[in-house]
Design a protein. Structure first.
Length: 699
């Protein structure tokens, strides 16, 4: 038997230096730091603390409890709701019975202490009803596995030897709070209560004793399950039925399948995909029990709220197809899932149920490949996958010892379409305009590339940043990820002149996000030389990077966008020099003119597919631009007969508007062409960002 690693230690020195609210926060963050204890965003903690009432100056008892929507591992002090305990206790006189329990939520704001704006969660009555100073409600896989067994009550008694109570499934809310309190009162001396199909409540007299009680109960459940599984010599999930594909074959398959899947899942709202090939996932998708267990659905409400009650299994006979055959077969599978989900809605809907939500699958399981999760944004897709791993862990442990059971369909529906859950969804802010969109930016480590990436990231998009300078790329990617979130940024070293490197970068984009919606072709160099001194090597270097490179990335973007079938935007960062030649820059000007003509060709072929292609022509972007760090600055100064340090002033004063052009100016123009909500009807166009140059006028 493998001994589970220990849970995080309680640091007495740190905890003793904190006041009671911050001890609660410390305990919450510690519990949330280990996914064996609770899943992301799941579970809640509370403490009943004596504080001075700001109105009366008297000492009053205040419930501090995790507010609606937060995550224990990352929350701050402002993530807690604070409520008067005397008012919460008084609510019992207003309770009209289970059929009216939802109306109790409207009373919670009237109990707010100290004008705290953090909304109280539906679990607040569960914490206020229990008599203990400190209460934890966790969703540990080990305990949920016991809670989801057919003989859960008897096994709970066996595991915890009577020190933990058991209650059958009941939806969280006021009624459950009353029943928890009644069960605890009827069974004095309990250390906690297991909720059937749901999770664990545990408590203590201090923050430390509560934490230690919680993790000890979870540890006991883990050890008991491991011992039982070992003694029974159970074959996990009925044993392996298939063998996982080698990583290279798996990734090649995913790079082909994911863009098609992403497009089919969009339905008017872009989606992002996340791939999980962890050991837990592979053991499940390659097992004999995959189909029957997946059909049972998940148990814990936190799981299916984020994953839907059931996944979609994509058989090998479908995902090994290609082209139109793949699209047709995958489309038929998804259409069947949608129809089944709509039928589930019709079977279970109440007269007051909210309208049918997105019927597309969130979790797709591919034998020999792994799991794909789909959501509006990358973080949500990733977290949905983490929740389904929790569900896999629960099914594995439950079936090893007893028999796993999911929630009854109607109960699952009533949670998923709960009016209170719908109200929470409606309170969420409107998504930013680039949420669900993915841009691949070449030359991403340079000043213009960084500025374009930031502009897209600010509005909620994701960026695949590419550059040939790996050191600069990693530094810029890390900075952008720190500012905008690790789920939003992925760096890939690419040589745009190397066909294999370009193809691999788009495969990587598919594996990270499912595909791309936007290509910003920005990688570049600059060179200058009199015509008679222009070597073939210099000419070829310009053509390789600025013409061949733009062709290769444009072609691969086009292929991926076509596979998705949802349109797209190609933005070519060319140059004023593509419109009007500069003295002693023949190779550069000719290559930039080729970029403009490439964009027009992309626009012609892309229009029937909804793929737009447009050009941004910068001029004299000196500050922050990498091309001015080489000989280009020296060469342009010599060609224009000015000192190198005076170049920016020279170009500024040469312009009609007498203004310097900055990377952020180019980013705004690129963003305009990238954004469907701004330029959906623009293709084959050119915007000059040069502060005004008469010779470069496009008409």
């Amino acid at each position: 038997m493998t001994t589970p690693p220990p849970f995080p230690d309680w640091d007495d020195a740190r905890a003793d230096s904190l006041d009671e609210p911050r001890q609660l926060l410390y305990r919450s963050n510690l519990l949330g730091s280990d996914l064996r204890i609770t899943n992301y965003g799941g579970g809640n903690t509370s403490a009943k603390i004596m504080q001075v009432d700001p109105l009366t100056g008297a000492q009053v008892e205040v419930l501090w409890v995790k507010g609606s929507g937060g995550d224990l591992g990352s929350m701050k002090l402002d993530g807690f709701s604070t409520l008067y305990m005397d008012k919460l206790r008084a609510l019992k006189t207003l309770y009209r019975g289970r059929e009216h329990e939802d109306e109790m939520v409207a009373y919670l704001p009237h109990c707010t202490f100290n004008l705290n704006s953090r909304a109280a969660s539906i679990d607040t009555p569960l914490h206020s009803s229990l008599p203990y100073r400190h209460v934890d409600h966790m969703h540990p896989d080990a305990v949920i596995a016991i809670a989801a067994m057919a003989n859960s009550q008897a096994i709970t008694q066996k595991v915890f030897e009577g020190s933990v109570g058991w209650m059958p499934w009941l939806r969280p809310g006021y009624e459950l709070g009353q029943q928890l309190a009644a069960h605890d009162a009827a069974h004095p001396g309990l250390r906690g209560i297991v909720l059937g199909g749901h999770g664990l409540f545990s408590w203590g007299d201090s923050a430390k004793s509560c934490y230690e009680n919680t993790v000890d109960l979870i540890d006991r459940a883990q050890r008991w399950l491991a011992t039982e599984r070992g003694a029974r010599k159970v074959r996990v999930f009925g044993g392996a039925r298939l063998e996982a594909l080698p990583a290279a074959d798996r990734d090649a398959t995913l790079a082909r399948v994911l863009p098609v899947l992403r497009g089919l899942s969009a339905e008017g709202s872009p989606k992002l995909l996340h791939v999980n090939t962890s050991d837990e996932v592979m053991a499940f998708v390659d097992s004999h029990d995959l189909e029957p267990l997946a059909a049972l659905g998940t148990s814990c409400p936190d799981h299916f709220l984020r994953t839907k009650i059931r996944p979609l299994i994509v058989p090998e006979s479908v995902y090994t197809l290609a082209g139109g055959d793949l699209r047709a077969a995958l489309g038929e599978l998804i259409a069947t899932y949608r129809a089944d989900y709509a039928a589930y809605y019709e079977r279970c809907r109440r007269p007051t149920s909210p309208p049918l939500r997105d019927p597309n699958p969130v979790v797709l399981l591919l034998p020999r490949i792994g799991m794909i999760t789909v959501a509006r944004d990358k973080a949500t897709a990733r977290i949905a996958g983490e929740f389904y791993v929790n569900a896999i862990n629960v099914m594995r442990e439950s079936n090893a010892v007893d028999q796993y059971v999911g929630l009854p369909e109607q109960e699952a529906f009533d949670i998923e379409y709960w009016l209170l859950e719908e109200a929470k969804l409606q309170r969420m802010p409107k998504p930013k305009p680039m949420v669900g969109k993915v841009a691949l930016v070449t030359g991403g480590a340079g000043g213009i590339g960084q500025a374009i990436a930031r502009r897209i990231l600010v509005d909620g998009g994701c960026v695949v940043l590419t550059d040939i300078d790996d050191e600069a790329l990693q530094s810029v990617s890390a900075d952008l990820a720190k500012a905008h979130g690790k789920d939003h940024v992925h760096g890939v070293r690419v040589d745009v002149t190397d066909e294999a490197s370009v193809i691999a970068s788009f495969a990587r984009a598919a594996l990270e996000f499912g595909g791309i919606d936007i290509l910003v072709s920005n990688a570049g160099i600059a060179s200058a030389a009199p015509l008679e001194d222009t070597t073939l090597e210099l000419w070829n270097r310009n053509q390789d990077i600025l013409a061949k490179g733009y062709f290769l990335v444009g072609r691969e973007a086009f292929r991926q966008m076509k596979a998705q079938g949802t349109g797209g935007a190609i933005v070519v960062i060319a140059s004023k020099n593509g419109m009007v030649a500069s003295n002693q820059a023949t190779a550069y000007c000719a290559a930039k003119a080729a970029e403009i003509q490439l964009s027009r060709s992309f626009a012609l072929e892309g229009a029937p597919l909804g793929i737009r292609s447009n050009v941004v022509n910068p001029d004299a972007v000196i500050r922050g631009s990498k091309i001015w760090t080489g000989k280009w600055s020296e060469e342009r100064a010599a060609a224009n007969k000015v000192a190198e340090q005076d170049l920016e002033a020279f170009y500024r004063d040469r312009s009609m508007l007498k203004r310097s052009v900055l990377p952020e100016d180019i980013a705004e123009a690129a963003y305009f062409f990238a954004a469907d909500h701004l330029s959906a009807k623009s293709t084959g166009n050119i915007v000059n960002v040069d502060a005004g140059n008469l010779a470069a006028f496009t008409r």
